[in-house]
Ligand binder design. Structure first.
Ligand SMILES: [Zn+2]
Ligand SMILES: [Zn+2]
Length: 274
């Protein structure tokens, strides 16, 4: 299993020299399992992944959407491989609102928001509705498990198991006062846990300004609690706040490493091989 980060920022893309080290693109992670390519979220990082994809011999991939906030879908209309009729993609997502996955994705491409409608894309798209607490397989040897997250309009965590290696993607999520036993169980023995680490505790509880409680995101401290309870090996701080520059994220990463040795703040281009 090979994991590569193409977008690590939350909420909105943040280009600029203050964010160049960790990167300014929004949520997008590639997970390669043998010859199959799985993509988690379609934030602006998906555009870069698409440019790379076009250089390979690949013509197929599976795209999983945690939810449909802008920072998780905005790269999709700029994902060049969907404009190639030779390519086919299976899209997965759970929509807790009234619309189907297809309707939701076509919404952001409808006039006057975007000039090309989803239905006009030459690439072949198949839509698969996912449920919370579901389990299904891709090919013979990739198992996907879902777990609901605590986020406005809902979000889904995906757990991928391939050849005894386990990857868990858990963004966007707000913790509560009690440890989320469901998420702990879902993350059990993960080799990699990617967790919504948008805020510091000071920001979350309003020590350094307006409290961010109820905004749908978590802190690395809460993520480390989940990682420790689940015996997850590598803890990845993800969904960096747009207000956090490189210096600030580096300082957070240092603190996280003290709490959980194998911690890393995700940056664009980060690769983890399992
Ligand atoms: Zn987000
Ligand atoms: Zn969100």
């Amino acid at each position: 299993m090979k994991i590569r980060f193409w977008g690590v920022r939350g909420s909105i893309a943040t280009p600029g020299k203050e964010t160049a080290k960790f990167g300014g693109n929004t949520s997008c992670i590639e997970v390669q399992c043998g010859d199959k390519l799985l993509i988690f979220d379609g934030g602006t990082g998906l555009r870069l992944l698409g440019n790379h994809f076009a250089q390979t011999d690949l013509h197929q991939a599976y795209i999983f959407f945690s939810h449909f906030h802008w920072d998780h879908i905005q790269g999709f209309p700029f994902f060049m491989p969907v404009y190639n009729p030779k390519n086919s993609f299976v899209l997965f997502g759970e929509n807790k609102l009234a619309n189907t996955l297809e309707e939701t994705l076509s919404g952001q491409m409808a006039q006057p928001n975007f000039p090309v409608a989803l239905k006009q894309l030459p690439g072949r798209l198949t839509f698969e509705h996912t449920e919370s607490n579901a389990q299904f397989t891709i090919g013979n040897d990739i198992t996907i498990q879902t777990c609901p997250l605590n986020h406005p309009s809902g979000a889904t965590s995906f757990k991928i198991t391939y050849k005894n290696k386990v990857f868990v993607y858990a963004s966007d999520h707000e913790h509560t006062d009690k440890l989320d036993e469901r998420l702990v169980q879902h993350s059990e023995n993960a080799d990699v846990l990617v967790y919504d680490s948008t805020y510091t505790e000071e920001e979350y509880y309003g020590v350094t300004g307006q409290s961010k409680k109820g905004w749908g995101h978590s802190t690395w401290n809460e993520g480390v609690k989940v990682a420790k309870a689940a015996k997850a090996k590598k803890f990845v701080l993800f969904h960096h706040d747009p207000l956090h520059d490189d210096k600030f994220i580096s300082s957070i990463e240092k603190k996280a490493k003290k709490a959980h040795k194998d911690s890393i703040a995700a940056h664009e281009g980060l690769e983890i091989k399992l």
